[in-house]
Design a protein around this ligand. Structure first.
Ligand code: PEP
Ligand code: MN
Length: 353
């Protein structure tokens, strides 16, 4: 279905990015007010604070709930910033509206559950508020779009998406893998939908916030939602990834916002080069497959098996290392050669038949 969208109309000094900042959790009235005051002084217009916190295991700080909502109201009254909280149940929505929260976001764990999203959508029917939908924890673009459709069908037109990365069993540099191709594809599918990046939950580490913000801008994203705390080391949740309002201000000040409408002439010329290179790659692959079939013929005549494991391992390792030397990720090269090898095997099987 096609989404019916209206512009978010957010307060911002610049067209891009809009910035929502504030602590992972609203911990106390003092912490909320101190952080909000500092952020407002730095020119921030939108304040986030977690009031209900989805925790992986019981026993952690699960948020103050309704008790924290008057603190958010105070932020709005005293700094003029719009306020944003996560909602996961119709009960949360009702309270958020009662306390005049301006922006509601649906967390990654909730987006992954269509029943929960539908319940939220039903509770939002007839309400004019702004809703941001985080990607589901698993890399499933259709599930993300499905959640956006459910909320939009309830009449929410000021709608946006938040890219916060995808969880994986193996933890690497990032807390949540960015898999940028997914938000890029979301943009291609729904060009009018604003997308913000959440570098805090992608990175999970303070030093990754700046590069992730830059990458989000380079990919043309519209906004940023960043966790900022007046005393990050003492944060009750997500301490490692929160930055002070000062640091956030510095990170934003060094962001390079590249013009989205670059002179298309250059791009056309560059794309032509890419087309030519792709043609050569396909030519070379066809040549490689021909040789592979000849080898298949040889193996057949000499009663050899198709897959020679040691040779395969050697190819993957050598090509991976070679790719690294040339500035291409070894993993990427390995994937490419795995696919090539699979096709080679298929072709040799044909020859052997
Ligand atoms: C959060 O924003 O603090 C949060 C819990 O995020 P996510 O739903 O992306 O994990
Ligand atoms: Mn958090």
């Amino acid at each position: 279905m096609e989404l019916e969208l209206q512009p978010l109309n957010l307060p911002s000094d610049n067209p891009r990015p809009f910035v929502i900042a504030g602590p992972c959790s609203a911990e106390s009235e003092e912490q909320v007010m101190a952080t909000a005051t500092q952020l407002a002084k730095k020119g921030c217009h939108m304040f986030r604070g977690g009031v209900w916190k989805p925790r992986t295991k019981p026993g952690g700080f699960e948020g103050h709930g309704e008790k924290a909502l008057p603190w958010m109201q105070r932020v709005k009254a005293e700094t003029g910033m719009l306020t944003a909280i996560e909602v996961a149940t119709p009960g949360h929505v009702e309270l958020a509206l009662k306390y005049g929260i301006d922006i509601l976001w649906i967390g990654a764990r909730t987006t992954a559950n269509p029943f929960a999203v539908q319940a939220l959508a039903d509770s939002l029917r007839g309400v004019d508020t702004m809703v941001l939908v985080k990607n589901p924890v698993n890399p499933d673009l259709e599930l993300w779009i499905g959640a956006l459709e459910r909320i939009n069908s309830a009449g929410i037109k000021r709608l946006g998406a938040i890219h916060r990365g995808f969880s994986s069993y193996e933890k690497k540099i990032y807390r949540n893998l960015p898999m940028w191709q997914i938000p890029i594809e979301l943009h291609r599918r729904i060009p009018a939908l604003p997308i913000a990046c959440d570098p805090s939950h992608i990175g999970g580490r303070r030093d990754l916030i700046a590069p992730l913000c830059q990458q989000a801008m380079d990919l043309g994203m519209d906004g940023l939602i960043v966790e900022s705390h007046c005393n990050p080391d003492a944060a009750w949740s997500d301490a490692n990834q929160q930055v002070t309002p000062d640091i956030l201000d510095y990170i934003l000040s060094i962001l390079i916002i590249r013009d989205q409408v670059v002179s298309t002439e250059n791009i056309v010329a560059l794309r032509k080069q890419i087309d030519e290179i792709d043609d050569s790659i396909i030519d070379l692959l066809a040549k490689r497959m021909r040789i592979s079939r000849e080898i298949g013929q040889y193996k057949k005549e000499h009663g050899m098996t198709i897959v020679q494991t040691s040779r395969y391992g050697e190819i993957l390792d050598k090509r991976g290392a070679q790719g690294s030397l040339m500035g291409i990720g070894a993993e990427c090269i390995k994937h490419i050669f795995e696919s090539i090898h699979e096709e080679s095997v298929r072709q040799q099987v044909e020859v052997m038949k």
